[in-house]
Ligand binder design. Structure first.
Ligand code: PLP
Length: 401
C-alpha cells in the first residue's frame, strides 16, 4: 500500500466557474477567437501556451476533467477521450510503430484483445499474449523489439490482479513501457505509484458511474500526453477521438462522489461473494481468501476502497447462466446488460459477450468458461435484501448447478 491518497486529491480539486460558480463553466464551443492573427500562429506552432484554438486539440471542459484525473492518478498530465477503446488504441499507437512488439496479458477486455490481435498487425505491430502473473513467461516473451507491456490491474472478467511493481521492474530492465488499464479498480490501485508508465481508463464504468455516457482517459507524463496531441504526429490529435466538452463537465461532477461509491460497491460485492461462497457456490472475488492474488491486492491496493465491485459466479453451463440472469432481472436484482461500475447491478455472461472476441481455446486456458456470470454490484443500501433475492434465483436453478 502506498502513501498516495487518491480520494484526497479529488477532494482538493478547486476549479472556479466563470462567474464564481462552484463548478467550472462549460465551454460549448468548437473553435476560439483571437484578437491578433500572430497569436493564433504562435499557438499552432506550440510557442504560446494557455490559449484554446480548436476543441479537438483542447477545450476548457476537457482540460478540467483531465486535470482531475491526473490528480487522482498522481500523473503529471492526462488526456480524456471519447471512449475507453479510444484511450487504449491512441495510447498504444503512440508508443508502437511498424516492427514493434507488445507483450500483453491474456486476460484483458475482449475489445482490447481484438485490437491487439486483429487490428494492429495490419500496421506491422504484433502482440504476444502471456499469463502476466507468471514472471518467467512475461520475461521470456520480451524480445529486442518489445516496446510495451500491457495489462489490466484487475482483469476483465477473471478478476486476476497483476503485480504492477514486478511488471514495472521487468519493463525497466528491458527498456520498454508498462501500460495498465485500471478501469475495474479506480482508487483501489494507483498503478503509477507502483511503477507503471501509462494508465488508461474507460470512464464509462466506475469513474462516471451513471451508465449515461461512454468516455476514456490516458494518464501519463506531460511529455507523453503532449506527444499524443502533437499536430504533426499525435495519435489523439490525428485519429480525433475527442470527448464532447458537455460530457466532460458531467463526468467531472460524478467523479466527486467516486470514493463513496467505490467503498459501497466493494462493501456490497464482498458481502455477497462471502455469503454465496459459504452457501457452496463457486465464486471468484479478490476479497476472498481463496482468490490466488488475495495477498497481493492487500499489499498493492489502497485498502480503504476494498476489493472491488465485481465478482464472478460459476453457473457451469451457458443455459443455466442465462436462466439465472433472466430470473435476476425479473426479481429486479439488476439489469442483464454488459458494462459495469453502475449505480444499479449489471450482469452478463462474458464468454458469449464482452470476451467473445477471445478464441474459445484461449478462453478455456484462462478458465473463462461459458457458464460464468460476471456481476457488477450496484450501490444497494440493504445488501442483505439483495442477497435474499439472489439466493431465491439461485435456489430456482440450484438442482442444475
Ligand atoms: N477496458 C476495460 C477493462 C473494459 O472493461 C472496457 C469495456 O468494457 C474497455 C476498456 C473499453 O471501454 P469503452 O467501452 O469505454 O470503450
Amino acid at each position: 500500500m502506498s502513501d498516495f491518497k487518491p480520494a484526497d486529491q479529488i477532494q482538493d480539486l478547486q476549479f472556479f466557474g466563470e462567474f464564481g460558480g462552484v463548478n467550472p463553466s462549460i465551454t460549448d464551443s468548437s473553435t476560439y477567437t483571437f484578437l491578433k492573427a500572430k497569436t493564433m500562429a504562435g499557438v499552432f506552432d506550440g510557442e504560446i501556451d494557455g490559449c484554446y484554438l480548436y476543441s479537438r486539440h483542447w477545450n476548457p471542459s476537457n482540460k478540467h476533467l483531465s486535470q482531475a484525473l491526473a490528480s487522482m492518478e498522481g500523473s503529471e498530465s492526462a488526456l480524456v477521450t471519447a471512449s475507453g477503446m479510444a484511450a487504449i488504441s491512441s495510447a498504444i499507437m503512440q508508443v508502437c510503430k511498424a516492427g514493434d512488439e507488445i507483450v500483453a496479458s491474456r486476460t484483458i477486455y475482449g475489445g482490447t484483445y481484438a485490437f491487439l490481435k486483429n487490428f494492429l498487425p495490419q500496421f506491422g505491430i504484433h502482440t504476444k499474449f502471456v499469463n502476466s502473473n507468471n514472471k518467467k513467461q512475461v520475461e521470456s516473451a520480451i524480445g529486442p523489439n518489445t516496446k510495451l507491456i500491457y495489462c489490466e490491474t484487475m482483469s476483465n472478467p477473471m478478476l486476476e490482479i497483476n503485480n504492477i511493481k514486478e511488471l514495472s521492474d521487468l519493463s525497466k530492465a528491458h527498456n520498454c513501457m508498462l501500460m495498465v488499464d485500471n478501469t475495474f479498480s479506480p482508487l483501489i490501485f494507483s498503478p503509477l505509484s507502483l511503477g507503471a508508465d501509462v494508465v488508461v481508463y474507460s470512464l464509462t464504468k466506475f469513474i462516471n458511474g451513471m451508465s449515461d455516457c461512454v468516455a476514456g482517459a490516458i494518464c501519463a507524463s506531460t511529455d507523453f500526453i503532449n506527444s499524443l496531441y502533437d499536430v504533426n504526429n499525435g495519435a489523439a490529435m490525428l485519429l480525433g477521438p475527442v470527448l464532447d466538452g458537455l460530457r466532460s463537465a458531467s463526468i467531472l461532477k460524478n467523479m466527486r462522489t467516486l470514493h463513496i461509491r467505490m467503498k459501497q460497491h466493494s462493501h456490497n460485492a464482498f458481502y455477497l461473494a462471502n455469503k454465496l461462497q459459504t452457501d457452496g457456490y463457486k465464486i471468484t472475488y479478490p476479497g476472498l481468501e481463496n482468490h490466488p492474488q488475495h495477498t497481493l491486492i492487500k499489499e498493492m491496493g489502497n485498502n480503504d476502497f476494498g476489493y472491488g465491485g465485481l465478482f464472478v459466479l460459476d453457473m457451469k453451463t451457458k443455459e443455466i447462466a442465462n436462466e439465472f440472469m433472466e430470473l435476476m432481472q425479473e426479481e429486479n436484482v439488476g439489469y442483464l446488460a454488459v458494462s459495469l461500475g453502475s449505480y444499479k447491478t449489471l450482469f452478463s455472461a462474458p464468454g458469449g459477450s464482452t470476451s467473445s472476441e477471445i478464441p474459445e481455446e484461449e478462453r478455456n486456458t484462462m478458465g473463462l468458461t461459458e457458464g460464468l456470470v460476471r456481476i457488477s454490484i450496484g450501490l444497494d443500501d440493504d445488501i442483505e435484501r439483495t442477497y435474499q433475492k439472489m439466493s431465491k434465483c439461485l435456489q430456482s436453478v440450484k438442482q442444475k448447478v
